[in-house]
Design a protein around this ligand. Structure first.
Ligand code: PBG
Length: 333
């Protein structure tokens, strides 16, 4: 549809920008706390809130503190949280067995949070990197990240998370065939209501740096993730990945990172119309925080503008470390 506009002075677009009431009335896109998924880092211990140097304002939380965060999310109207483990170095192995242990950190956190904040949806991350001595999302055999054996491990991890009570499974591993394998396994195990939010278009990005510190994977990672995560030069490939994952049974899809990939978000939403999310990743958060700390930008204003951009590009919601801060502002204080 081509927009029609009268010519000047019949049209004076500034009329509608004159006052907040008029601007509010005609705004096309809005952000609400319903649009937010809050990623939370969990660690062992009790009463611990450990700061992450490269992500000012974000902490690794012991399970009791993660429970408090989930209760806060519920009070703020944030519909979902997403759990990432800071796994003890001693538990990292080549076979990554802790990933599907029913009593690993994430699965214990899921059960504790479900009991205390039942109205918050719990999303998980499915990838081997927090459990892998090699820091990769899949198994490493003779220097290669092997696909099919990794998928088998990821399916076990998925089932353990679903058994613990996860509502949204978030495969971030970028192995081929994983969504179908997970969906089949969930159906067979009686978890037909568990949803999958596939990290379908996940790029091999330098923006993940602070996250790898946060989960303690940067030291372990040998090489890069370019043989499984996507090349930043590709758009059509992202559409094929989204189509494939929806076809294999993903309920929702994600583009990651976010702000540098808004063109992908827009094409994905307009092509498929499926529930589409972006991940405003650790590096995006760190960049805004660093500039704000230097007094170079207004951090809160840039935060809100960045969230608006995701919605404007067509995303239904955003995974963002800013979720609690943004929700407080959106709720009026
Ligand atoms: C791991 C995973 C990563 C992120 C989410 N899940 C890092 C990676 O792929 O190396 C990044 C999130 C962020 O940077 O905030 N599979």
């Amino acid at each position: 549809m081509k927009p029609t506009i009268a010519s000047f002075p019949a049209a004076r677009p500034r009329r509608l920008r004159r006052a907040p009431a008029l601007r509010n009335l005609v705004r096309e896109t809005t952000v609400t706390s319903d649009d937010l998924i809050w990623p939370i880092f969990v660690r062992e211990g009790d009463g611990v809130e450990e700061p992450i140097a490269s992500m000012p304002g974000v902490h690794r939380l012991s399970i009791d503190k993660a429970v408090s965060a989930a209760i806060e999310a519920q009070a703020l109207g944030i519909p979902a949280i997403c759990l990432f483990p800071y796994t003890d170095q001693a538990l990292k192995t080549e076979d990554c067995a802790d990933a599907w242990s029913p009593d690993n950190l994430v699965n214990r956190a899921i059960r504790a949070i479900k009991a205390a904040a039942p109205d918050v949806a719990i999303m998980t991350d499915v990838a081997l990197d927090p459990y892998n001595i090699n820091g990769h999302d899949g198994y490493v055999v003779d220097g290669e990240i092997v696909n099919d054996a990794s998928v088998e491990a990821l399916v076990k991890m998925t089932l353990a998370q679903a058994d613990a009570g996860a509502d949204i499974i978030g495969p971030s591993d970028m192995m081929d065939g994983r969504i179908g394998a997970m969906r089949n396994a969930l159906e067979r195990a009686g978890h037909q209501h568990v949803t999958i939010l596939s990290y379908a278009a996940k790029y091999a990005s330098a923006y993940y740096g602070p996250f790898r510190d946060a989960v303690g994977a940067s030291g372990a990672l040998k090489g890069d993730k370019k043989t499984y995560q996507m090349d930043p030069g590709n758009t059509d490939e992202a559409l094929r990945m989204i189509e494939r994952d929806l076809g294999e049974g993903a309920d929702m899809v994600m583009v990651k990172p976010g702000q540098a990939y808004l063109d992908i978000c827009q094409r994905v939403k307009s092509t498929f119309g499926a529930p589409t999310f972006a991940y405003q990743v650790s590096g995006e958060y760190a960049m805004i925080e660093a500039a704000a700390q230097n007094g170079w930008i207004n951090g809160e204003a840039v935060m809100m503008e960045s969230l608006m951009a995701f919605k404007r590009s067509g995303c239904d919601g955003v995974l963002t470390y800013y979720a609690p801060k943004a929700a407080r502002i959106l709720n009026g204080g």
